[in-house]
Design a protein around this ligand. Structure first.
Ligand SMILES: [Zn+2]
Length: 128
């Protein structure tokens, strides 16, 4: 099953690659990645992210272990060219009834999920 909650964007994913083999406090880790510290407690810890607790229940996270854990849990979503990702069905679905649009250098395709009917957007090109 594909986990969507807590998924990082490209910039944040690059930042976790730079995490060191040392313990971070939850606050330090959040600021290194560029996320809200609550995301660690509300999403990553319940999902089983590797943490160490001290006597006062403060959380410490090893940067390298976190990066490895993240890559394992958040499997890369691979889509074929004629597919788009449906967040309701949590899977790639065929682009159905496509409407191509362009707005401010951004080209995207609007489609409808053939399974659940959700309106979907796939970005296909971006030119500044
Ligand atoms: Zn769907």
């Amino acid at each position: 099953m594909i986990v969507l909650r807590g998924r990082l964007n490209g910039i944040q994913r690059n930042r976790i690659k730079g995490l060191l083999n040392m313990l971070y406090t939850s606050k330090e880790l959040a600021s290194e990645i560029g996320i809200n510290v609550n995301q660690i407690y509300a999403v990553y810890v319940p999902l089983g992210c590797p943490v160490q607790r001290d006597d006062r229940k403060h959380i410490f996270i090893n940067g390298k272990s976190f990066a490895e854990w993240y890559t394992k849990v958040y499997i890369k979503i691979r889509l074929a060219e004629d597919e788009t990702f449906c967040k309701t069905c949590k899977q790639g679905v065929k682009i159905y009834q496509p409407k191509q649009k362009t707005k401010g250098g951004l080209s995207y395709v609007l489609s409808v999920c053939p399974v659940c009917g959700r309106g979907l957007t796939k970005i296909i090109d971006f030119k500044r």
